[in-house]
Design a protein around this ligand. Structure first.
Ligand code: AMP
Ligand code: ZN
Length: 465
């Protein structure tokens, strides 16, 4: 399996620290609002990476944090006359609603910055002690010059970065690139006691702290959207490696943006759709299909046309699955014949092809094409003379390939309730059209299944005899 590592700008063979296990950290949302469908792209991508690693048999420890201390949260809490804690709680709740609806698997743990303040204070104290950080007027800064590898992830050297950062530099900093680890309390802001007075942690330090605390000083994969390469991940590396003297993460993965009219979808540009809005209109599997229709390092443009075409694709896939399931019910032969065993090998070849696409840096776009090819082949080759065993094998393979992508997991069978309601509806129409023969037949058919209908003032009710 190969992963493109932002650090080396190459696809590298994936070798986990502990065989059979993966320690993965994904930078999560700042919980001051609903998340938009651009954020959802990143969340769905790394959920898919995790699902595929699990499909391959790895045990994955998957950490995704909630940033619940930050300027945007403080501003909104003040505007709404509520506390940081209440606001954070509320949008964490909303995050789970949307993420669950999108079939994003729950993380092993979703740590919150506010729960790690004491750990963060310890982390910062270690950095000061080791000469990597300094205090000025109740703020603590990381001294970027003291960390030799600063700039290695984003491929920039400190001189270039410094010259780009001259304007509006805080005079109290030793170097323009130094960044805040701890921020002194300002009026109206929530604050925690610390050796440097009351204040709150900076943003970057929370991830360094949670990652090392929950997964260890060196982890396998650290991930997030492209916009996090610099400065967020660069700063995480500096803090973490300065403290531990060890490599922070072996693989750095970054997802490309979901754009709208070729601009990054973002809150600040106000060019976004919330995930909730989109899920009101489209099924979760359709949304996932759309979000995974491009390889994760390729930008994807958001349009309703693309969503509609993902919807059609899903309908085609489910139609085929539903036809195969009906065929399974109809066919008489139970066991696979010798001839059919050869066809099972062909199905397995599609499975291998799917895996080779996913093994190549999670190329979901090509992997989805392989599912289409498989379904097309199966449709042509399976008929009323096929065995149940073969049809079941094809169906199970299709569903299993959908699993890491979080698609093709819905049942196509109608529930009994749906079916009875539909028949009642049909009977009502028949009566309206004075087709009493059909109406009676529907009632008798249901009766033969042990279901009786009662005509009440409130409409037709049904129950088991
Ligand atoms: P935020 O809540 O802004 O910290 O973002 C949460 C995650 O969504 C981060 O990993 C961001 O990089 C990612 N993200 C933000 N905007 C987009 C976008 N338009 N497309 C893809 N990922 C995004
Ligand atoms: Zn982070």
């Amino acid at each position: 399996m190969k992963i493109f590592n932002t650090m080396t700008r190459q696809k590298e063979k994936f070798v986990p620290i502990t065989p059979g296990e993966v320690k993965m950290y994904v930078c999560g949302p700042t919980v001051y609002d609903f998340f938009h469908i651009g954020n959802a792209r990143t969340f769905v991508i790394f959920d898919t990476v995790r699902r595929y690693l699990e499909y391959k048999g790895y045990k994955v420890s998957y950490i995704q944090n909630f940033t619940d201390i930050d300027d945007k949260l403080i501003k909104r809490a003040n505007e709404e006359g509520t506390t940081l804690k209440e606001l954070g709680e509320r949008f964490i709740g909303e995050y789970y609603k949307d993420a669950d609806a999108l079939h994003i698997e729950r993380a092993t743990c979703n740590p919150r910055a506010t729960e790690f303040v004491q750990e963060i204070i310890r982390f910062i104290s270690d950095l000061i002690e080791r000469g990597y950080a300094y205090e000025v007027d109740g703020d603590v800064y990381f001294n970027t010059k003291s960390f030799k590898g600063y700039g290695k992830l984003s491929g920039q050297n400190l001189e270039d970065l410094q010259s780009g950062a001259r304007i509006g530099v805080d005079e109290r900093k030793k170097d323009p690139m130094d960044f805040a680890l701890w921020k002194n309390k300002k009026p109206g802001e929530p604050a925690w006691e610390s050796p440097w007075g009351e204040g709150r942690p900076g943003w970057h330090i929370e991830c360094s702290c949670m990652s090392s605390k929950l997964l260890g000083e060196t982890i396998d994969i650290h991930a997030g959207g492209m916009d996090l390469v610099f400065p967020h991940h660069e700063n995480e590396i500096a803090q973490s490696e300065a403290r531990s003297g060890k490599k922070f993460a072996n693989y750095w993965m970054h997802s490309a943006y979901l754009n709208i009219n070729n601009k990054k979808m973002s809150k600040s540009l106000k060019n976004f759709f919330t995930t909730r809005e989109i899920l009101e209109e489209y099924d979760a599997e359709v949304v996932r299909m759309f979000l995974l229709s491009a390889q994760y390092r390729t930008p994807l443009n958001f349009t309703k046309e693309l969503l509609n075409s993902a919807k059609l694709s899903m309908e085609r896939l489910y139609n085929s699955i539903s036809n195969l399931e009906s065929l399974y019910d109809e066919v008489k032969n139970e066991k696979v014949t010798d001839e059919e065993s050869k066809y099972i090998k062909i199905i397995d070849e599609y499975k291998e092809k799917f895996e080779s696409r996913m093994d190549d840096d999670f190329n979901t776009a090509d992997a989805i094409s392989v599912i289409f090819e498989l379904i097309k082949d199966v449709n042509i080759n399976m008929n009323i003379n096929s065995s149940k065993e073969l049809i079941r094998y094809a169906l199970d393979t299709i569903r299993n390939l959908g699993r890491p992508l979080g698609i093709l997991q819905k049942t196509t069978k109608k529930t009994i309730e749906d079916e009875v309601e539909e028949l009642i509806q049909k009977r009502q129409e028949a009566r309206k059209n004075k087709d009493f023969k059909l109406a009676d037949k529907i009632r008798d058919d249901l009766s033969a299944r042990g279901i009786v209908l009662e005509d009440t003032k409130a409409g037709v009710r049904w129950k088991y005899k």
